[in-house]
Design a binder for this molecule. Sequence first.
Ligand SMILES: [Zn+2]
Ligand SMILES: [Zn+2]
Ligand SMILES: [Zn+2]
Length: 244
Amino acid sequence: MIMKNNKKSTVNLSTKHFSRYGEFLVSFELSKYGWNVYNPVYDEYIDLLIHKHVCNNCGKNWNLTPALVCKKCGKDFSKTQKNKIVAKKICQNCKTIMIGNKTRCTKCKSEDLINIPSCDKCGGEVEMFDHFCECGSKKYITKFRTIQVKSSRIEYKSGKSKNTYAVDMKPRDLIKDEFHFYIWCLIDDDDRSHFLVLSVKEFVKMMGESIKGISFFKDQDRQHFSSKDFGRWKVFLNKFNKLE
Ligand SMILES: [Zn+2]
Ligand SMILES: [Zn+2]
Ligand SMILES: [Zn+2]
């Protein structure tokens, strides 16, 4: 088919665009793990700032918006049911109950009405509660992490696949902070993405003595590894739980 011949892949992206592409892929992947992703205004070797709220007890993602729940039957109106909340009003003077946006009592004409948002199922009062976790915890923690993204496509030599990826590492990448991580975004020849997640400490450990080598000092360090099994870096494949 003609269309198929015109199909483009990440190989067609310029180096600059490909690096941005990798940052976006990493961002989308991070959101699957519940992270909110932010871009720094200036490039100080941190590509992404990520953030999330989780339960302090079970680690589940935390919802900071309050819940709207019926006091009597427990029906939750928070998400899609808000329009089902019944606008009930009670006259303070004669206790008449009215439904709808009245400003005056239909019986005694008093303006002293009390709003009671009510449940459409049982008539109970709907109240606003702070969210609490399914596990029973009422406490959450806020996490922040900084991320440096490195992206790589498969290396080719004179039109032939070398079946390797290459990642450039430089001394300035070594932000030795326990909340700083590298995510390597590797795109194979089928345009599929693979992610390696590692801390700075782990990188230094893996590099061993070669981190003190001349080529690393001169910004010429290039880590080459198999695109089939990711070589010694395989242990970091999809290790997004490291960020927790
Ligand atoms: Zn919990
Ligand atoms: Zn109810
Ligand atoms: Zn009244």
